[in-house]
Ligand binder design. Structure first.
Ligand code: SF4
Length: 563
């Protein structure tokens, strides 16, 4: 690298999942360095860094303010970090009892640290208090690179306050331009810019590659699609979406240690498309960052990327597209088979009847070991309101067939869609129980009203009579609502919590595989079809909820850790 090159530093702030490297910043690094020979790019994954610091602190002794105390828990946490990072494959792959305990403790600790650290940085940002020392240290690490521009990638709201604090410290100490972007920015960006213009120079809406390169080239920001900035008032323009996304090239992970993530083997994220081919689900905002567009990479491009990873010794992948259509899945599987790639992967899809036996066998043969299916509900009326474009009869057939060919089914469901009744929710649970032998894991969530979703924009169509914000709508997009029919929110919360023991019981290996998707892939790839869901004993319906809760917690306490 020439010393005369200008430097862009790209930051991925905490807190989010830490089992795999972030894709977006590595896509940007690859594209910028290929497009602008006079720029070099350095990626810092601060999310990984903070997790490493937390677990180093655990290894040294009790963490301040932690409710996780006691030598047994600290040792178990250190063991959890080691096992998750491949230092004890025997425990990871063959001791589901221990994996469950490790997963519980890991999440308990990280959730608590996320809450504590976020509260501290938010308070420091808003009150001019001294910043937490770690923020100052991160600023130092970035400034040592002598950057001319600093990009901050925000995918999740939990990253927001750390990112803002860091930007505030950097703004005081450097003239480098600070550019925010990422999937977090889908609504009210002008208000966000207006509010935080003292610490942010630009926000990029939509995909960042083209806009970032133009900003680095020094083009007039007013002429760059998708860029927000403050002159005397917020200036913005509509983003453009590149139709042929192969031109973005492959991501460049070279700044990151792929074996440092909390996964026994690297599982690399891959995008085969941008946007969603369906984009009709009424609760969804995921496709908004792609501006209602859907663009696919060519199969040749994806296969070339996978071949490159295989040469690096990496064989496990998460296809993190919003959804892969049956047609695109067939082409992808054909391409992988034709190239003779010995890989394992998982992907997200919608359970429609085109996923027939022939296609699912092909998908399995190409290395797919599980699919995350957006089922949402088994009730036809609710599915119609969601505009999912699926039918319960076909969903059942797809799950049964996929399980027979060896693919594990992970199933997303939503509790409390506006107007859903208790009986309709029970219909979903009965469907899950009936098809229990074909379902390996349930990913469940209570319905949450997302800003800018079709429901948010036309609440009256869903019998919503009142919507109010739980906080500051610019930084906290959580809303409450009331409906004129169906379960009240309290009834929904009650039935959801009571259903948890049943839902958690689905994963025969560990209920925590729902949280750690990359781990699920490694386990399924190792055990193949051996984890037979039909061996599961589910709580009966109707549930003895309280009894099931007691049963699960006593099982966790009885774990056979010999520490
Ligand atoms: S829920 Fe999935 S299939 Fe539906 S619009 Fe959103 S991304 Fe697309």
């Amino acid at each position: 690298m020439s010393a005369s090159k200008k430097k862009l530093v790209l930051i991925f702030p905490p807190f989010t999942n830490v089992t795999a490297p972030p894709l977006g910043v590595c896509m940007l690094k690859g594209f910028v360095e290929r497009t602008l020979p006079d720029w070099s790019v350095k990626v810092h994954d601060l999310n990984l860094d903070i997790h490493e610091r937390i677990f180093s602190a655990v290894a040294r002794g009790p963490i301040a303010n932690s409710s996780i105390e006691g030598p047994l828990k600290e040792i178990a946490l250190s063991r959890a970090a080691d096992v998750f990072r491949g230092k004890n494959d025997q425990e990871f792959y063959t001791r589901p009892d221990r994996y469950t305990v490790y997963g519980n403790l890991f999440l308990e600790l990280i959730d608590q640290q996320t809450l504590d650290f976020t509260a501290a940085v938010k308070s420091a940002f808003l009150s001019e208090e001294r910043m937490p020392p770690l923020i100052e240290e991160y600023a130092e690490i970035i400034l040592k690179e002598n950057p001319e521009a600093i990009g901050v990638s925000l995918c999740f709201s939990q990253q927001l306050w750390v990112a803002l604090c860091l930007a505030k410290v950097l703004k005081r100490r450097t003239k480098a331009k600070i550019i925010f972007g990422g999937a977090h920015f889908t609504a009210e960006i002008d208000q966000f810019m207006d509010r935080f213009a003292n610490v942010i120079d630009y926000i990029v809406e939509g995909e960042g590659e083209m806009a970032l390169v133009k900003l680095l080239k020094g083009e007039d920001p007013a002429s760059i699609p998708g860029v927000y900035f403050m002159s005397d008032m917020v200036h913005s323009s509509t983003p453009k979406f590149e139709p042929k996304i192969d031109i973005f090239g492959h991501p460049d992970f070279s700044d990151l240690d792929l074996r440092a993530y909390f996964s026994p083997e690297p599982v690399l994220p891959v995008l085969t498309s941008r946007g969603c081919y369906w984009r009709k689900c009424t609760f969804c905002v995921h496709y908004l960052s792609s501006g209602f567009s859907y663009r696919q990479h060519t199969v040749a491009h994806i296969v070339e990327q996978l071949q490159g990873y295989v040469k690096m010794g990496i064989r496990h992948f998460s296809f993190i597209d919003e959804m892969i259509s049956p047609h695109a899945f067939k082409d992808l599987a054909d391409g992988i088979l034709k190239a003779g790639l010995d890989i394992h992967y998982y992907a997200l899809a919608k359970p429609v009847k085109q996923f027939d036996r022939q296609l699912l066998e092909k998908i399995y043969a190409s290395g797919c070991r599980y699919i995350l299916w957006g089922m949402e509900s088994a009730n036809e009326r609710v599915l119609g309101l969601i505009q999912k474009g699926t039918e319960t009869e076909n969903v059942e057939l797809v799950f049964q067939t996929a399980q027979k060919v060896g693919i594990h089914n992970h199933v997303y469901i939503i509790c409390g869609f506006p107007t859903e009744t208790k009986e309709e929710w029970m219909e979903t649970l009965r469907f899950l129980q009936k098809n229990g032998g074909a379902i390996s894991s349930i990913h469940r969530s209570p319905f949450s009203l997302e800003k800018d979703s079709p429901i948010y924009k036309a609440p009256e169509k869903f019998s919503i009579t009142k919507v109010w914000s739980l906080g500051d709508t610019i930084t906290d997009g959580r809303f409450r609502f009331e409906c004129s029919s169906g379960m009240t929110r309290d009834e929904m919360n009650d039935i959801f919590m009571k259903s948890m023991p049943f839902l958690r019981a689905f994963n025969v290996y560990s209920p925590r595989l729902g949280n750690f998707r990359d781990h699920a892939l490694l386990l399924y790839a190792k055990h193949g079809r051996a984890l037979d869901p039909s061996k599961r004993v589910l709580p009966p319906l109707p549930f003895e909820y309280a009894e099931a809760e007691v049963l699960i917690s006593s099982l966790l306490q009885q774990d056979s850790l010999s520490l």
